[in-house]
Ligand binder design. Structure first.
Ligand code: AHR
Length: 508
């Protein structure tokens, strides 16, 4: 009995100590860089029902006269991606853009050699551009480095961007598009180093040799385009060879990272996100140390301009891939825990603003996606909410925000934070993911700025970590969104258990 009393007293003391120790510190003068709006992008690929049967479905009463599923488009608009990457992904290694332009009845339906099934190519370049315009998203096209040629890639640039009296600009006009598409971002292949794929550049020296030819023809066609070279995560030999070879001509190095949950270790997904953050930090330092912000000794004989800005990462595939359905496991149903992980990952992207210039959640519809559809309708998965919210509130300058909060299994901090400041509008926004089972209360110390008022608090929560939205119950939404305004300022900030919270403060 005496022991029990001691235990209860100790626990109470410990609990109180815990809550006293919780602390948030933000430093308005410690900048982590400006967040590029292009970090809030999405990706679509010819894979499963992402495009055919997802975004595009002719003869479905839910589709418009272009074949775009109206319900899916409405959700994609609400998601508000700033950029859209297309058409792959791995499938790009077999993609030939001319199969997907011109009269629809003449397009070449083809077996998808990578992911299975047949692609109709009814949704090709022009439909993709129309989709981007509808979303107000910047298009990013990925060229085929494996079975395509440099000339084919340059012709694609001309088809999209040509303004003169040329065959390919005229072909676009003949297809009904008088104005150039002005596609600025072009990626030079996808995961070219991956041995099991249908690519042919597993040796980075081969990639550099071939890709240099692509760069020359594409840039000579349109010198204003920005290029994304293939990176290979933490393969320093690959990244160094590529950037030593073509780093003066390209603007971005691609980086891909998917996380998942190790069986019976629910916090492992957060540990993996923390590992991604360390990798991004490492890659950013590697780039800044080895490749200067400006380019010297560029030969005028190249006849097109060199890179004009420091090289940034294009984090053009990030997401959660739980491998739920064999063989590739890409039709993921995301729980509320995945939404917390998505928000945590978005906070990494915000914190790494100096390094990341573009980022795309992979993907958008039906495959690893925030939007799921079937013939009768569509639903927003749990991860939709953080993707939408961070885009809406997460622009401006990223600044240092640190929490002192309990440590969870795997060494994960309970309260993960990021913060942004808009110095002109005098607004500070704090993003927080409470990954623990308890509500956290924490006083805020703001250095080098003063809060005028707590403008608003938006919190996202759900009944359980395993809650999910499904196509089987489209009318049910397990995500609760609550907004409070005019909150008393002298109280500690509060974060509900297993929640995402966005506080906005006005500054003096
Ligand atoms: O997004 C699914 C696949 O993941 C992409 O096709 C490929 O680039 C990556 O490995």
């Amino acid at each position: 009995m005496k022991n029990l009393l001691v235990f209860v007293l100790l626990s109470l003391f410990h609990g109180a100590l815990f809550s006293q120790q919780n602390q948030i510190t933000i430093d308005a003068d410690q900048s982590l860089g400006n967040i590029n709006p292009l970090v809030y992008g999405q990706f679509i690929e010819y894979i499963g029902r992402c495009i055919d049967g997802g975004i595009y479905e002719e003869n479905n009463p839910l589709s418009d006269d272009r074949g775009f599923r109206k319900d899916v488009l409405a959700k994609a608009k609400a998601l508000n991606p700033t950029t859209l990457r297309f058409p792959g992904g791995t499938v790009v290694k077999t993609f030939h853009w001319e199969d997907g332009v011109g009269p629809k009845e003449l397009r070449k339906a083809k077996k998808n050699l990578i992911w299975g099934g047949v692609d109709s190519y009814q949704f090709g370049t022009c439909e993709f551009i129309e989709y981007c315009r509808a979303l107000q998203a910047e298009p990013c096209l990925v060229v085929n480095l494996s079975t395509g040629t440099a000339e084919e890639a340059a012709n694609w640039v001309e088809y999209c961007n040509g303004t003169g009296n040329t065959y390919y600009a005229n072909l676009r006009r003949a297809h009904g598009y008088a104005e150039p598409f002005q596609v600025k971002f072009w990626a030079l292949g996808n995961e070219e180093g991956a041995e099991p794929d249908a690519g042919r550049h597993q040796d980075p020296n081969d990639y550099v040799k071939d890709v240099w030819h692509f760069i020359k023809l594409m840039k000579l066609t349109d010198p204003s385009i920005k290029l994304i070279a293939n990176g290979e995560a933490m393969n320093e030999h690959w990244n160094k060879t590529v950037l030593d070879g073509i780093g003066n001509a390209v603007d971005y190095l691609s980086y891909h990272y998917y996380v998942n949950t190790t069986a019976n270790q629910p916090y492992s997904i957060f540990e993996k996100i923390a590992t991604a953050e360390k990798e991004i930090e490492h890659l950013g330092n590697f780039i800044r140390k080895n490749y200067s912000d400006t380019v010297q000794n560029w030969s005028e004989w190249y006849r097109f301009p060199h890179r004009e800005e420091p090289i940034k990462l294009s984090f053009d595939e990030w997401g959660i891939w739980e491998k739920q359905d064999p063989p590739y496991g890409t039709t993921n149903v995301y729980t509320w825990r995945h939404a917390l992980a998505t928000a945590s990952f978005l906070q990494v992207i915000q914190r790494k603003a100096k390094t990341i210039g573009i980022a795309n959640w992979a993907q958008m519809v039906n495959i690893l996606a925030p939007i799921m559809s079937d013939e009768d309708g569509s639903v927003k998965q749990t991860i939709f909410y953080p993707l939408q919210a961070y885009r809406q509130y997460g622009l401006g300058e990223s600044i240092v925000a640190e929490s002192h909060s309990p440590t969870l299994p795997g060494g994960i901090v309970a309260l993960d934070l990021s913060a942004t400041i808009d110095r002109e509008k005098k607004l500070l926004t704090l993003f927080a993911v409470n990954r623990s089972l308890q509500e956290i209360q924490a006083p805020l110390t703001l250095n080098n700025a003063k809060i005028k008022e707590v403008k608003s608090k938006i919190s996202y929560s759900s009944s359980s970590l395993e809650a999910k939205n499904t196509l089987a119950a489209k009318e049910v939404d397990v995500v609760q969104v609550a907004e409070q305004k005019n909150i008393q300022q002298n109280k500690p900030l509060t974060f509900a258990s297993e929640s995402i919270t966005i506080y906005t403060f006005t500054l003096q």
